[in-house]
Write a protein that binds this ligand. Structure first.
Ligand SMILES: Nc1ncnc2c1ncn2[C@@H]1O[C@H](COP(=O)(O)OP(=O)(O)OP(=O)(O)O)[C@@H](O)[C@H]1O
Ligand SMILES: [Mg+2]
Length: 291
C-alpha cells in the first residue's frame, strides 16, 4: 500500500522496507503491518493528543516516575514545551512497559523500538501465520477458557511484580496466538505502587477477564483473584511464580491473630471447666450406694 505520512520517516531511515496493510483502527492508534527486511512486524502510530480519549486521564498517570529530570521539570510547568514533553512521556509509556514486561517474562509483543511516535513491535500471529485474532473474536472450549484464564492471571501477577497494572485489560486487548493469550495495548499502564487507584484498576482488569472467561467456564465467576493478589502484593508476599487459589476471605476488620488465639484458649479452658463441672454434678447425682 501507499506509505502513510506518519510512517514515511521510518521508511526514509530504512527501519521499514514496505507497508503491507492496515489493521483495524483502534480508538487511540492506527496499526499497520510492515516488512522490515525478512520480518513482518506491526507499526503502531499514535493519534494526536486531541484525538485520543480516556486513556490519558490524570488517573492513569499518577505515580509515574519521570526518569529524565529535565523533562520532569518541564512537565510540571504548563508551558507549550512542558505539554510537548508530557505528550512524549505519554507516548513512550507503552514501549517502556513492553520492554519491562518482556524482561519480566510476560507474554507481550516483543518491542523493536519507538521512533517518531511510532512503536515497532512483533506481529502476533495465529498457527497459520495470519494476524492473530482478539479474544473477543474466538470461541473457546471449557478447557481452553480455564487454561487461558490461568495464563492471563499468571501474566497479571508477573506484571504486578514488575510494578505495573494494565489499566485497560479486556477481551479486546488480548490476542490469541498458537500458544495462547498475548496481552497488548499498554500506553495507559498504571504504576502499581504510586497510584491511589491501583487496586481498583487491578480489580477492574481481573474482573473483566473473569467475566469473559466465565462465559465458557462459569465456575470462574466465583473466584476473587484480584483481591487475593492485591492482598499478597501489599503484604510484600507476591512473587512471579506465586500460585493463587482464586479464594479470598472477605473480612470487615483486620484479624489480630494473638488476640484470636487468646479467645480460643479461653473458650477451651471454659469448656474444660464446664465438662469437669458436669462430671462432678453427675457424680453427685448418683444415688449413694450402701456399702
Ligand atoms: N502486535 C500486534 N500483533 C498483531 N495485531 C496487533 C498488534 N498490536 C495491535 N494489533 C491489532 O491492532 C488493534 C489495535 O491495537 P491496540 O489495541 O494496541 O490499539 P488502540 O487503538 O489503543 O486500541 P483501543 O481501540 O483498544 O484503544 C488490536 O485490537 C489488534 O487487533
Ligand atoms: Mg486496544
Amino acid at each position: 500500500m501507499k506509505t502513510p505520512k506518519r510512517l514515511q520517516p521510518l521508511v526514509d531511515d530504512g527501519l521499514i522496507d514496505e507497508v503491507l496493510t492496515q489493521l483495524m483502527s483502534g480508538k487511540e492508534a492506527q496499526v499497520f503491518v510492515v516488512r522490515c527486511g525478512d520480518d513482518v512486524r506491526c507499526a503502531k502510530v499514535f493519534k494526536e493528543a486531541k484525538q485520543r480519549s480516556f486513556k490519558q486521564a490524570v488517573q492513569y498517570q499518577e505515580g509515574r516516575k519521570e526518569r529524565n529530570s529535565r523533562r520532569a521539570r518541564a512537565m510540571s510547568k504548563k508551558t507549550r514545551y512542558g505539554q510537548k514533553e508530557q505528550e512524549q512521556a505519554w507516548l513512550t509509556a507503552e514501549v517502556d512497559a513492553l520492554y519491562r514486561l518482556a524482561a519480566a517474562d510476560v507474554r507481550v509483543p516483543k518491542p523493536y523500538g519507538f521512533v517518531d511516535g511510532v512503536l515497532l513491535m512483533e506481529m502476533i500471529t495465529d498457527a497459520q501465520g495470519a494476524v492473530a485474532p482478539r479474544l473477543d473474536d474466538v470461541t473457546l472450549t471449557h478447557e481452553q477458557a480455564l487454561r487461558y484464564h490461568d495464563k492471563v492471571i499468571t501474566d497479571v501477577v508477573r506484571m504486578l511484580c514488575a510494578g505495573l497494572i494494565h489499566g485497560d485489560l479486556s477481551e479486546f486487548n488480548v490476542l490469541v496466538d498458537a500458544e495462547g493469550p498475548v496481552i497488548i495495548d499498554l500506553p495507559q499502564a498504571v504504576d502499581a505502587a504510586g497510584n491511589n487507584s491501583a487496586a481498583a484498576m487491578l480489580e477492574r482488569d481481573v474482573d473483566n477477564m473473569r467475566a469473559y472467561f466465565g462465559r465458557y467456564a462459569p465456575e470462574l465467576l466465583n473466584t476473587h483473584y484480584a483481591k487475593e493478589m492485591w492482598a499478597l502484593y501489599e503484604a510484600g508476599e507476591l512473587h512471579p511464580d506465586s500460585k493463587l487459589t482464586g479464594h479470598f476471605t472477605f473480612s470487615t476488620h483486620i484479624a489480630n491473630v494473638d488476640e484470636l488465639m487468646e479467645v480460643i484458649d479461653d473458650a477451651k479452658e471454659e469448656e474444660a471447666e464446664r465438662q469437669a463441672r458436669m462430671r462432678d454434678d453427675d457424680d453427685s447425682d448418683e444415688i449413694p450406694q450402701p456399702y
